[in-house]
Design a protein. Structure first.
Length: 176
């Protein structure tokens, strides 16, 4: 399980931003003969996002690639803010801050590669997946034990919700 996050930091989080390739997926990109792209998403990560939303924390995607599959996954999870094709992720981040009216210290972000560094350096709580590159692991608040696409997102979500004392309330429906 990810390291503990202080209640002070965790309680401020109102938005959690997720990179896609290497975070929500294991980073593999598969193309069919017809040129369609296939990505594998971990169902526990998706359920974690739904639990987080129930606790009052919004989710957003920021990814450098464009993929129809990402939009489908966002719609499936009820994620309103989806930024695709953003090689300058900080530009997307700044736009998201303007649209939501949030301050960076009210945001968590999880990434895996150097393209994520500008955002990771600005947010209130920063995460790297277990198989992130060293430059990312060196600057984040928390490195997950799990790798991208294999439960790292769920681990990070649980760390935020448990740190903010929101986990039990968000999961009460399962304890009947």
């Amino acid at each position: 399980m990810a390291q503990n996050i202080s209640k002070d930091k965790a309680s401020k989080i109102k938005l959690f931003i997720f990179d896609i390739d290497g975070v929500m997926t294991d980073g593999k990109i598969i193309y069919t003969d017809s040129g369609e792209e296939i990505k594998f998403f971990d169902v526990k990560d998706g359920h974690g996002i739904k639990i987080m939303q129930r606790a009052g924390i919004e989710a957003a995607f920021i990814t450098a690639r464009n993929s129809k599959v990402v939009q489908v996954r966002a719609e499936d999870l009820g994620i309103e803010y989806v930024y695709q094709g953003n090689l300058d992720k900080l530009e997307a981040f700044d736009d998201l801050m303007a649209k939501t009216g949030l301050n960076p210290d009210e945001v968590a972000y999880i990434g895996d590669d150097i393209i994520d560094l500008p955002i990771l350096k600005r947010v209130g709580v920063s995460f790297a997946v277990g198989d992130a590159v060293a430059e990312v692991k060196d600057i984040v608040d928390v490195v997950t034990e799990k790798n991208g696409g294999h439960g790292a997102v769920r681990e990070a979500i649980e760390a935020i919700l448990k740190g903010a004392d929101l986990w039990n309330g968000a999961t009460d429906r399962y304890n009947k």
